[in-house]
Design a protein. Structure first.
Length: 350
């Protein structure tokens, strides 16, 4: 059964591992990466479904990524390298995701891709660059499935217009992901607080999340993702690879299995730390019993003495009336003699 991206919280976000085309045409490698995502605790493995001739002009679509990392100078040329998979291959990948217990997702980049993927995906992902692609939005919305849409390089007005198109075409569950459409995204322009802005503007009608292109730090830490959760993101997406040193494309700013596992393990620890918010005394019985102050005799006290603050002392102990009973003890008459340091019980006073 598919996970529900709309039934998650910032403490337990829905995590999309964007394999994209990092498997570089190898079915075996793609399956291995799906298994890695599952082992590391991801909820979905996501691919990209496109044909170069349907996504980019051969002559008029130059690179917009860091060409020191990915040297291919045109979008069509890059996409042509990785567009070999068709419906049969995606069915095979979807089955492997099911076998591994995670969701299969793939972003459609043309109308035919929507038809190919519709029987396979439990929910859709729309790329930032297609947020204004009205024909694609309408076709996806008409399937009635939930839609997760990245909002990179778009204004709130454009987002508002796209939501209108989706809703009028039948979409009822929509999530918006803050995103910066730069590969990689420098920390200085990540603008993660836009998660809050999206929530304030659209949170009443959509779920809010974050799609990240900031490279992990040298130690594998991913502060942008953690900051997004602090701002209320409930869905996270990050590229995934089996080789962070791989040449070109989306390897250099991605999670690998170790990085994703470290992140999901940290989330699990944070959920333990978060608790319920309700005062919990059950786990602190030993401290309540042994560390709280109790009322003791500050000196030898004969029976019949009216107790005062001068002949009592509050000490940590596991016997005697609790210090919270102080006002119920001071001023009352002691019925039995007490030695110096002996506990005073409520039953000892009238």
């Amino acid at each position: 059964m598919a996970n529900d991206p709309f039934n998650h919280s910032p403490q337990d976000p829905y995590i999309i591992a964007e394999i994209g085309v990092n498997y570089e045409g190898s079915m075996e490698r793609a399956k291995q990466m799906i298994s890695q995502v599952a082992r590391a605790g991801g909820h979905a493995a996501k691919f990209q479904t496109y044909k170069a001739d349907k996504i980019a002009s051969k002559a008029h679509a130059p690179a917009y990524w860091d060409t020191t990392k990915e040297v291919t100078p045109s979008q069509h040329e890059l996409f042509r390298k990785y567009d070999a998979f068709g419906p049969d291959e995606y069915r095979e990948l979807a089955k492997h995701c099911t076998d591994e217990g995670i969701d299969f997702m793939s972003t459609p980049f043309d109308l035919d891709a929507v038809d190919d993927l519709d029987p396979l995906v439990p929910h859709w992902k729309i790329a930032s660059a297609d947020l204004t692609n009205i024909p694609l939005l309408r076709k996806v919305a008409k399937t009635g499935k939930p839609i997760i849409m990245s909002c990179g390089a778009s204004t709130h007005e454009e987002i508002r217009n796209s939501l209108k198109v989706l809703q009028e075409a039948g979409a009822t569950k929509i999530a918006l992901l803050h995103c910066v459409l730069r590969y990689p995204t420098p920390a200085s322009v990540a603008n993660v607080s836009a998660v809050r802005s999206l929530s304030a503007e659209f949170g009443a009608q959509t779920a809010i999340g974050y799609s990240d292109h900031v490279p992990p730090m040298a130690d594998g830490n991913v502060p942008a993702l953690k900051l997004a959760l602090a701002y209320g993101a409930t869905i996270l997406e990050k590229h995934f690879t089996d080789d962070r040193n791989g040449v070109g494309n989306d390897h250099y700013h991605a999670f690998d299995e170790a990085g994703l596992k470290a992140f999901t393990s940290e989330l699990a620890e944070m959920r333990l730390l978060n608790g319920t918010g309700v005062p919990d005394t059950g786990s602190q019985v030993a401290a309540i019993t042994n560390a709280r102050r109790r009322i003791m005799a500050a000196q030898a006290i004969p029976a019949g003495t009216v107790l005062s603050e001068d002949n009592l002392i509050a000490l940590r102990a596991n016997v005697g009336a609790e210090i919270s009973e102080w006002d119920n003890v001071v001023g009352r008459t002691l019925t039995i003699s007490k030695a110096d340091g002996e506990p005073i019980l409520l039953s000892d006073v009238l």
